[in-house]
Write a protein that binds this ligand. Structure first.
Ligand SMILES: [Zn+2]
Length: 268
């Protein structure tokens, strides 16, 4: 029986990481984020060891023994199955983002629809989207499993935690697997809301002032809950009300704060 919960944090035994990857694989399959054998999930086990889902197997049917360990070049070092065909993208993210310990790739239908329509999810229509992900950019199309795809996503990896891949799908990542998966959920949920605004023919974007207030609320929450701002500490205990938890990349947060200070100065 597949467990239906995983704990936050990246410091776990290899066996626990194996169970967590299978649980997230089931979640992605059950929620319709992947069809057939699509998608892949990985976790950083150590400086040169990545645990990943195998290729050519439904992510809803994986068991711990199906997983594969690769080095930071994506070469298999343990396991009997072939590693995910998108390992090139996973290892690129681990190389560029030392704070990242888990990567999820899937084809959730609404977000992937935006990617197939050539649309990024970068309008500030939802506070959760702005503060959790800071906007989701669209990377140009690259043939899956090739260097063309990794070259297309590379420019966005440092400053974002979720990327739409044109005519393909979504990749999300974070300090632990729970965070990476929740970013996939947040991306798909935001895409659904954005689609509804398109259907209604009306979209009201948050003002710069509204965004400032959200940043202030985040700072207040962090000082109260004593959760460190650094992405690498995202394994800290979750607050009681997880909807209060907001995360920006450090650079995005600094840019917003700079903007707020600049506005404050011009007011006085
Ligand atoms: Zn894919």
């Amino acid at each position: 029986m597949q467990p239906d919960s995983i704990l936050p944090g990246a410091v776990k035994t290899e066996e626990q990481h194996r169970r967590d990857i299978c649980t997230v694989g089931h979640w992605m399959y059950e929620r319709g984020y992947v069809a057939s054998t699509d998608g892949n999930i990985s976790v950083r086990l150590g400086p040169d060891r990545i645990l990943t889902s195998p290729t050519c197997l439904s992510k809803g049917m994986m068991t711990s023994d199906d997983l594969v360990i690769t080095d930071l070049e994506g070469r298999r070092v343990d396991g009997t199955r072939k590693p995910s065909s998108e390992m090139g993208m996973h290892v690129l993210i681990y190389r560029l983002r030392p704070d990242v310990n888990a990567v999820c790739h899937a084809h959730p239908p609404v977000a992937t629809g935006f990617a197939a329509a050539g649309l990024a999810l970068d309008k500030p229509i939802l506070c959760e989207l702005v503060l959790d992900l800071g906007g989701v950019p669209l990377a140009r199309y690259g043939t899956p499993g090739t260097a063309e795809l990794t070259a297309a996503v590379e420019p966005f990896i440092r400053d974002h935690n979720a990327i739409l891949m044109a005519n393909h799908g979504v990749v999300t990542y974070g300090a632990d697997l729970l965070t990476a998966f929740q970013r996939m959920e947040c991306t798909e949920h935001s895409a659904k809301v954005a689609l509804v605004t398109e259907l209604l023919g009306k979209q009201v974007v948050l003002s710069g002032g509204d965004v400032e207030k959200l940043v202030e609320a985040r700072a207040r929450y962090q000082s109260g809950a004593q959760v460190p701002a650094a992405e690498s500490k995202a394994s800290a205990p979750l607050p009681n009300d997880a909807t209060d938890r907001v995360t920006l990349t450090r650079r995005e947060l600094e840019a917003l704060i700079d903007e707020a200070i600049e506005k404050d100065r011009s007011r006085h």
